[in-house]
Design a protein around this ligand. Structure first.
Ligand SMILES: Cc1ncc(COP(=O)(O)O)c(C=O)c1O
Length: 473
């Protein structure tokens, strides 16, 4: 059933939940660990308590610090608790934001405004590695800052020499990731910190996906290189709590070394007719529930709980990593430090393997340059999902290896289909792809989209993917 207008009379709770329950049946079965990314779940017991805290504050607004003392003190506490993971001193300051993208946006806003005010830079440039998250490109586009993107080296590591050579009088900020999303590797933050100090420029560490987990790995005795405020050149750091801190979606913390930098992200309009207006982050109205539930997650799960969840995450990661490393057909891309794994096949089309995994209900990521499968492993995968995944993966590889002729024909079929669509020109290609994206067979057509994309220029790719997004809503 789909409801196209607000019902004249409100429908019954049971009926509506029944509709929701029906609708959920078509979703990915993430509770049994089928999603390698996008979902971070601490388990039923923790989740119940965290959701209860969200509900307790579901209508409160975290926008005005003077309005709800309860929310203000929870935000300050949770920021302080998070900061304690990334520095031994108590002077760090920060705010809760709606996610990694907002934290990154604000770090660039702050760097841009601070550098204009203090150094007179009016054509600001940010230097980042090609492995940095696209949120940086999005932010630079919004904020009219020039991104200088440095390609990773052959071993997928950040190219320090090119970073160094790209610094000029307009450089406001260097970006390092801990770790980066594609390869799960930590950039050489120590070296970046030295460069930042030498050139008196700012350095942001994107620890959105891994900062929290890395801190607990450190507590467990793993050898984790310094990546945080212990390094003098680090001026800001983002860490998402809606990832490995297992709070609900809409929760990240952006930390600064000093208040001078943090103030540059604030917006104040003292002369507005509606009254003096000020906000600390991008949002105006900010959900009280997210502050309360994040505070609850940190304090209810606690160090002991996070250590246990981290152990489970690394157990599952080890199971899958061992399988990849011991499998004749597969190999890891790069040298991941934690629970993000990317891999390739020596003999088979990795996107075909990805499509076949999708067909079995697995949600996985796809890397480009090199083509690969990307997994974000978390604690949920430790209850049998990791084993089920490698069993399915092995079955797919064996099937592909046992049907070499069929496989060749499939490859040929893909090539003919791809070339046929390509020969039609961009407009027809777009029509063909949009038709496929809308069709029920979209799952198995992902590799064709990647194949077709390789012939498009940037303008065409942008247009195509905006149209695809457009069609979803
Ligand atoms: C390294 C890194 N930075 C930033 C982000 C963006 O975070 P969000 O999706 O919460 O905006 C992600 C998301 O996966 C990430 O992995």
């Amino acid at each position: 059933m789909s409801i196209h207008k607000i019902p004249d009379k409100g429908l019954k709770e049971e009926d509506l939940f029944q509709i929701m329950d029906e609708s959920i049946k078509s979703d990915i079965d993430w509770k049994s660990g089928k999603a390698f990314g996008a979902v971070y779940y601490p388990g039923e017991n923790y989740s119940k308590v965290i959701s209860k805290a969200f509900n307790r504050f579901v209508h409160e607004n975290a926008f005005d610090p003077k309005l709800f003392n309860s929310i203000l003190s929870m935000e300050n506490e949770l920021v302080g608790q998070t900061a304690s993971l990334f520095s031994k001193n108590d002077n760090l300051i920060g705010n809760l934001t709606s996610g990694g993208t907002e934290s990154i946006f604000l770090s660039i806003l702050s760097a841009r405004n601070w550098s204009k005010k203090n150094k007179g830079i009016i054509n600001p440039e940010v230097i980042l590695s090609s492995s940095a998250h696209p949120a940086f490109l999005k932010a630079t586009q919004f904020l009219n800052v020039k991104p200088i993107v440095i390609p990773t080296k052959k071993n997928y590591k950040l190219d320090l020499e090119l970073f160094n050579n790209s610094i000029n009088a307009n450089t406001i900020l260097l970006v390092g990731s801990a770790p980066n999303y594609p390869y799960g590797m930590i950039d050489p933050i120590n070296e970046l910190s030295k460069i930042a100090i030498n050139h008196k420029i700012l350095l942001h560490v994107d620890a959105c996906i891994g900062g929290f987990l890395l801190s607990y790995l450190k507590k467990m005795g793993y050898d984790i290189p310094l990546f945080d405020f212990e390094l003098e050149g680090v001026s800001s750091l983002s860490v998402d709590l809606h990832k490995y801190a297992y709070s609900p979606k809409g929760s990240s913390v952006l930390l600064y070394r000093n208040e001078e930098l943090r103030k540059e992200q604030f917006s104040v309009y003292p002369n507005w007719e509606g009254g003096i207006y000020g906000s600390t982050t991008f949002l105006g109205t900010k959900p009280g529930g997210i502050v309360a539930s994040t505070w609850m997650a940190l304090n209810h799960i606690g160090d002991d709980g996070y250590l246990e969840l981290t152990k489970k995450t690394m157990n599952a990661t080890k199971t899958i990593r061992n399988f990849i490393e011991e499998n004749e057909d597969l190999y890891l891309i790069g040298d991941p430090i934690m629970s993000l794994l990317a891999f390739k096949s020596k003999t088979n089309n990795i996107y075909l393997i990805a499509d076949l995994l999708n067909d079995l209900g697995w949600y996985i990521g796809r890397l480009q340059n090199p083509n690969g499968i990307h997994l974000v492993v978390s604690q949920i995968h430790d209850d049998g999902a990791a084993e089920r995944f490698i069993k399915d993966l092995q079955m797919i590889i064996s099937k592909l290896n046992n049907s070499i002729i069929k496989n060749k024909l499939l490859k040929l079929g893909d090539k003919i289909a791809t070339n046929a669509v390509k020969s039609l020109g961009y407009k027809s290609l777009k029509k063909a792809i949009l038709g496929k994206v809308n069709s029920s067979s979209k799952k198995s057509k992902n590799r064709l989209i990647y194949d077709l994309k390789s012939d498009l220029n940037l303008e065409q790719s942008n247009d195509l993917f905006k149209s695809i997004l457009n069609n979803f809503y």
